[in-house]
Design a protein around this ligand. Sequence first.
Ligand SMILES: [Fe+2]
Length: 250
Amino acid sequence: MPRHVIRPGDTIKTIVKKYNANTNNLAIANTHLENLENLNPGDVVYIPAASDGTYNFLETKNLKSSLRTMMGFSVRQIQEHYKLYQDYVIKINEIRAKLQALKQKEADSIYSEYRALKTAELYAVNNCKLHEYYFENMGGRGGNATGNVLEVIVRDFGSYEYWEKDFRATCLMARNWAILGYDFDDGHLHNYGYDEDAGLAVRIEPLLVVDLAEHAYFLDYGTNRTSYLDAFAKNIDWAVVKSRFTNIKI
Ligand SMILES: [Fe+2]
């Protein structure tokens, strides 16, 4: 939700005008402020989103430069894969623009344009996010996890070797993605394989993500997923995994 930090001279009227906001909704979204008619410099006013389907335009994230110099991955392989990720971002924006224009017309669970767009939106959003996690957790020096990540892996899997074996097996059984994730409900790490038609586990924070679709490795390894996984393991950026785990609000 956008926010506005009050500066001298700001009043609720100037904010309503500036953001074309609805006064009632503005009051509902800002119960932390005692009196909207008496705003002080430094107060934060949350601006409710427009209720006409307006969406925030999604932008592609840049690749880390270290992804272009990884041992075991050609630059072309990474570039082609990145193009595919960019397509997801383009499509999300296209889908959301179409949804906005459709204005919830004729939603139906058997078939409707609205359903087709909403289903495609979820598919594209999941794939966009997972590609961002994947690219971000590559480009490191590989090796084994260390510090608090090693600690929690051993706590939840019994040994690092067991986790590694299980994660590898998960990478071989899944059709699209493998995820080492933290479950907010049971407080433990789990290895999950994700097929497009199986859905993602809810309330799981991905810590380490591997793309298992052949487009992730076909240029360098053909259909040899095992060699691809060997190369991936040598390029994991464990500092990123550590940062994700450390930032979890447990
Ligand atoms: Fe991919």
